[in-house]
Design a protein around this ligand. Structure first.
Ligand code: KIV
Length: 319
């Protein structure tokens, strides 16, 4: 349901969507993320890769639904994010789009989709918006990506930066390792953050860096920061959907907090389903469709007639 209303300032018209129980909620936009930073209100973000998870997240009032390229690992079973293509990303963005109403829908630019040249980067970002329905794209990298980020922003596409432990740099980093531990690394991170700020990004993801460094960056830049493994001093926090729910198959990183055990729930349900089939307790009569009494009677008459005809044919064959 959609309705138009005046915002509290009274001057601007603002689109408000209503939740099913009629409580008005504002659509999250680039501007509202910025407002949250200045009002010291935490920004919330979770990854989602399909319709149902995006819808559950959206209806739980999370600000940002991120279709992260972590889907290469969580959904597709790859060891890292490098092989993900723009077409694969689009497939998931479209599904998440259908489940996302009020949250801001952000899509990761896959590895290789913005590294060749700016034209290709803009073309790929445009596809994520036009075909996928993303409202913002995320680009890994700092200072050295600032020019390409400017070009994408020039194409009217809001961009999120992402610095620190950038998973697309796994081969350069020699693994998924915490970044920004030495003074020179801290200086580089500060430079990355200020360059992204200057380029006009809508927010900056800070991943896998010491909390002190994340806090310094957050205080330094005017753009909101969203942390993952970067301590409590960021303007917001993001986690991977699979990490908070545990449908994963390995040990969790230090910063992950589990809020449920979907793996145990799923295994329990699947095993119970299998056991019910094996013991013929599923499906029950109640879980089956039935013919009407009239059709059942007609069917029985038909079958009886067929049985009689078959018996007659058998007798005739013997004679
Ligand atoms: O791909 C992803 O899920 C991400 C988050 C971890 C920030 O980039």
């Amino acid at each position: 349901m959609q309705a138009l209303s005046r915002n509290s300032g009274g001057a601007l018209e603002d689109i408000v969507s209503l939740t099913p129980i009629g409580v008005p909620r504002h659509k999250v936009t680039v501007a509202s993320l910025r407002d949250k930073k200045f009002q010291h209100e935490s920004i919330t973000c979770l990854t989602a890769y399909d319709y149902s998870s995006a819808r559950l997240i959206d209806e739980s009032d999370i600000d940002v639904v991120l279709v992260g390229d972590s889907l290469a690992m969580t959904m597709l079973g790859h060891e890292n994010t490098l092989s993900l293509t723009v077409d694969e990303m689009l497939h998931h963005v479209k599904a998440a789009r259908r489940g996302t109403k009020n949250a801001l829908l952000m899509a990761d630019m896959p590895y290789g989709s913005f590294h060749v040249n700016a034209e290709e980067a803009v073309r790929n970002a445009t596809r994520l918006v036009k075909e996928g329905g993303a409202e913002m794209v995320k680009v890994e990298g700092g200072e050295k990506r600032a020019d390409v980020i400017r070009r994408i922003i020039d194409a009217e596409i809001p961009v999120a930066g992402h610095i620190g432990l950038t998973p697309q740099s796994v081969n350069r980093m020699g693994g998924f390792k915490v970044q920004g531990k030495s003074l020179s690394d801290i200086e580089r991170l500060m430079r990355d953050a200020t360059e992204l700020d200057r380029a006009g990004v809508a927010c900056i993801f800070l991943e896998g860096i010491p909390r002190e460094v994340a806090e310094m960056i957050t205080n330094e830049v005017s753009t909101p920061t969203i942390g993952i493994g970067a301590g409590p001093g960021c303007d917001g926090q993001v986690l991977v959907f699979h990490d908070i729910l545990n449908p994963t198959f390995g040990p969790a990183a230090k910063f992950v907090r589990r809020y449920g055990d979907a793996a145990a729930e799923i295994t329990h349900a699947v095993q119970a389903f299998r056991a019910d089939i094996m013991s013929r307790q599923y499906p029950s009569d109640n879980e089956s469709y039935h013919l009407s009494a009239e059709t059942r009677q007609a069917l029985e008459t038909l079958l009886e007639r067929k049985r009689l005809m078959r018996a007659r044919r058998q007798i005739a064959a013997v004679e």
